[in-house]
Design a protein around this ligand. Sequence first.
Ligand SMILES: Cc1cc2nc3c(=O)[nH]c(=O)nc-3n(C[C@H](O)[C@H](O)[C@H](O)COP(=O)(O)OP(=O)(O)OC[C@H]3O[C@@H](n4cnc5c(N)ncnc54)[C@H](O)[C@@H]3O)c2cc1C
Length: 446
Amino acid sequence: MKVVVIGCTHAGTAAVKTILADHPSAEVKVYERNDNISFLSCGIALYIAGQVKDPQGLFYSSPEELKKLGAQVHMRHDVLNVNVADKTILVKDLLSGEEFVENYDKLIVTTGSWPIIPDLDGLDLENVQLCKNYQHAKDIFSRQVGKKKVVIVGAGYIGIELVEAFRRQGSEVTLIDAQERILNKYLDKEITDILEAKLIEEGVQLKLNEKVKAFLGEKGKVSAVQTSKASYPADLVVLCIGFRPNTDLVKGQVETLANGAIIVDDYMQTSVKDVYAAGDSCAVNYNPNNGHAYIPLATNAVRMGFLVGKNIVGEKMKYRGTQATSGLYLYGYNIGATGVTEASAREYGLDVDSVYLEDNYRPEFMPSTEKVYMKLVYEKESKRIVGGQMMSKYDVTQSANTLSLAIQTHQTVEDLALVDFFFQPVYDRPFNYLNILAQAALAKEN
Ligand SMILES: Cc1cc2nc3c(=O)[nH]c(=O)nc-3n(C[C@H](O)[C@H](O)[C@H](O)COP(=O)(O)OP(=O)(O)OC[C@H]3O[C@@H](n4cnc5c(N)ncnc54)[C@H](O)[C@@H]3O)c2cc1C
C-alpha cells in the first residue's frame, strides 16, 4: 500500500505515526512545503511573552523521527496539483525547482488552514504580520524589539493571548475587532463583560465595533491602522481575524462546505474513495447540532489524523465528533468553554435556554476561596446540554472537559444536577459547582 500525505503539522504527523504503527510495511511518502513539522502555534504568545525561552521546544516531532519510523519525508516540497481521478499528485521540489508526478493508492489531505487576509490597502507594508506558523513566530519575535505600539486586529483567542504577551513586554497595545464583544464565538456577554473590564484595567486600548479599513505607512513601514472610526498609531500590526481551510488542491474534486472545508465521514474518508482528510482542512462533525462546522483546533487535528491512520485499511474506529472544547488563560483568569454559546446557538439551528451563575468554588470557612463564573446552555425542548462556559481565578478549566463529555454523551440538565462528583472542602462544596449550575437550570425551568 502506497500512502501519500500532503502537509505535515498536527493532523499529518498523527496520521503518519498511526499508519506506520498499525501497518509497518506501508510505503508512506510525506510532502511538506515548510522545513519543519509539528509546530505548536499555541506557544507563539508564550514565546513572545518570554515564558517560553526556546521556540525549538514547541516541536514535538521531527522529519528525522518520522524517517526512523519508516516514512519517506520530503521537506520543502510543495504539492501543486491533485488529480483524484487518476490518483496522482504534481509535486515541486522547492530547493531544486524540479517538478514530478507521484501516484498513490491512498491519499491523505492534511493541508490545514491559512489566516484570512482581508483585501485592504497597506497589507504589504513592513511589520504587518500574520500569526500561524514557526516562521511567523520568528518574524513577530524579531520585529517586536523596540516596537512600542502594537495593534492586534481580531479579538478571538489568538489575538487575546497576544495582547497579554505584548503587554508583558511593555508594549502599548490596541485591540481592534469589528464585533461588539471579545471572544464572542466562545463566551457569552456575562463573561466577556468581566474580561473586557480586566483588559481595560490592564491598560489595553480596546476598540470594539470598529472595522479596519486600511494600514497606513511611512517609508514602506506600517505607521497606523485606520478603522471605521479612527486612526491608531502602530509600529507592529498582527492580523488574527480567523482561518480558512487550505483546500484549493482538491477544489471541485471532493465534497466541501461553502468555505472549502472538506467533508469527511465518521472514518475520515472524503466523498472520493481512497482520499482521506483530517485537521484544519476539514469540517468537523459537531455534536451540539449533529451537523458540520468549521472549527479549526489542534485537538481535532490530532484526533482526526490518528483516525485516518486507524481507518486507512477498513473502517475500524469511529470519530466521536467534537464540541470544540477550548481553554484560555487571561490575566489570572482560567477559562474553559465547550459547545455552543447562548449567542451562537441559533447559527447552529438550536433553540436553547441558559443559566448563568456566580458562586464560590469552595466553602467560605476555608482560608480563601474564589468566585466561579459559569454558564450552562441547553436545548429548550429536550433539556440536553449543548454548551458551557467556566471561568475563575481558581483553575476550573477541567470542568469544561466534564461538560464536553456531557454534550458528547447526550446528558440532560437533570443528569448533570445529580451526577456523582466528590466533595472535599479543599476543592468544592457538598454539591460540586457543576451540580449547582445544573440545579439552577432545573430551578429556572420549574
Ligand atoms: C497562534 C495560534 C494558537 C493556537 N492555539 C491553539 C490551542 O491552544 N489549542 C488548539 O487546539 N488549537 C490551537 N490553534 C489551532 C491549531 O494550531 C490548528 O488547529 C492546527 O495547527 C491544525 O493542524 P493541521 O495539521 O490540520 O493544519 P496546519 O497546522 O495548518 O498544517 C498544515 C500543513 O500543511 C502544509 N501544506 C499545506 N499545503 C501544502 C501543499 N500544497 N504542499 C505541501 N505542504 C502543504 C503546511 O505547510 C502545513 O505544515 C492555534 C493556532 C494558532 C495560529
